[in-house]
Design a protein around this ligand. Structure first.
Ligand code: NAD
Ligand code: MLT
Length: 315
């Protein structure tokens, strides 16, 4: 086993404090947040490991500069901000925590499904501005409505279990899983995105961001949807084309959208912010104490293992 006392770990995005202490007990740790890509390129040569979430871009220029880097610890699941192929070529291990925040992401999805269908945020803003208005906020029930799930993986599966509790009918489109997974979750399989969007009252997406999934919902798919459809995205920005969403909201075809993730983040202004029927959150799917402790603890174990030359889980 290597002595890692002199190794240097950069924590570039916030993780749980107890986790930082755990790593500090074994090697040198610097916490430097909100660095620009250029600032990061200047300091990364001195580090043997880096811990990140979804904002840091581990691309070619980063990996070329990171001459002493052994491992990238991704405190979370999505790997779309990391050039995995190039990291592998450079001999840099990439490890994530695919299970640790899925419950929080599923609960954030249910929050947005419920809050958008009942105008919760708009009504809250209205009452706080001194107006008592009950007529404006007629919502819709989830009960006996059809929820279309795009991507029936870890989070999609948890959504199906939770939505069943609300009495929803469940359909899903996921061409990469076996029929037995649809059966396990009691979800009707749809063979195309078109079939799914035509039959859904509510749509939620839980796929990774890939060339195939960016814009998987755009004008053509929105046109096929039922009038008054409600959409949620807690997966990755750009899976629903944001310009098409705007047009769908403007025309009234879409009744509401709940969006946690954006094509560009941070996203301080956006045309969609004009709609009271849009609830937006700044990528908070995994932002619970429980998820942050679990992802941090898991990524700390992975980074320490990688520095010691031991087997790294989820690499
Ligand atoms: P997962 O890998 O377990 O499941 C993804 C599913 O998508 C798989 O079943 C896969 O077959 C399916 N899929 C892939 N391409 C598809 C396509 N073209 N059409 C339909 N289905 C397709 O992933 P997960 O853990 O469920 O995570 C889902 C998404 O949620 C990821 O993008 C992840 O980054 C994101 N996420 C966001 C937050 C947040 O804070 N908002 C938190 C956790 C995860
Ligand atoms: C993830 O992919 O795990 C989420 O986007 C959450 C995060 O990175 O904090």
């Amino acid at each position: 086993m290597f002595n890692i006392k002199n190794m240097k770990v950069l924590i570039a995005e916030m993780v749980d404090k107890k986790v930082v202490e755990k790593i500090k007990a074994q090697c040198n740790v610097d916490e430097k947040y909100k660095l620009s890509h250029e600032e990061l390129l200047k300091i990364i040569p001195e580090y043997n490991a880096i811990i990140i979430r979804s904002e840091t871009q581990v691309n070619r220029s980063f990996l070329d500069a990171a001459v002493n880097l052994k491992i990238v610890g991704r405190a979370g699941s999505g790997l779309d901000n990391i050039d995995i192929d190039y990291a592998t070529k450079k001999g840099v291990i990439v490890a994530n925590t695919p299970e640790s925040n899925i419950v929080s992401a599923a609960e954030q999805t249910m929050t947005l499904l419920l809050a958008t269908s009942r105008n919760t945020v708009w009504a809250n803003n209205t009452i706080k501005s001194g107006k008592w208005d009950r007529k404006k906020f007629i919502g819709s029930e989830l009960y006996q409505k059809t929820l279309g799930i795009i991507g029936l993986g870890r989070i999609g599966g948890l959504i199906s279990e939770r939505a069943k509790g609300f009495g929803m009918n469940l359909i899903a489109y996921d061409p990469y899983i076996s029929d037995s997974r649809f059966e396990k979750y009691g979800v009707e399989k749809k063979n195309s995105i078109e079939e799914l969007v035509k039959e859904s009252d509510f749509i939620t997406i839980h796929t990774p961001r890939t060339e195939e999934t960016i814009d998987i919902i755009s004008d053509k798919e929105i046109e096929l949807m039922k009038d008054g459809v409600r959409l949620v995205n807690v997966a990755r920005g750009g899976l629903y084309n944001e310009d098409a969403l705007y047009r769908g909201m403007k025309s009234g075809k879409i009744a509401s959208v709940g969006i946690d993730v954006w094509m560009t983040e941070p996203q301080e202004t956006h045309p969609l912010y004009e709609f009271n029927t849009m609830i937006g959150t700044p990528h908070l799917g995994a932002s619970t104490r429980e998820a942050q402790f679990r992802v941090g603890d898991e990524v700390a174990n992975e980074v320490l293992a990688g520095l010691k030359g031991e087997i790294v889980k989820n690499a």
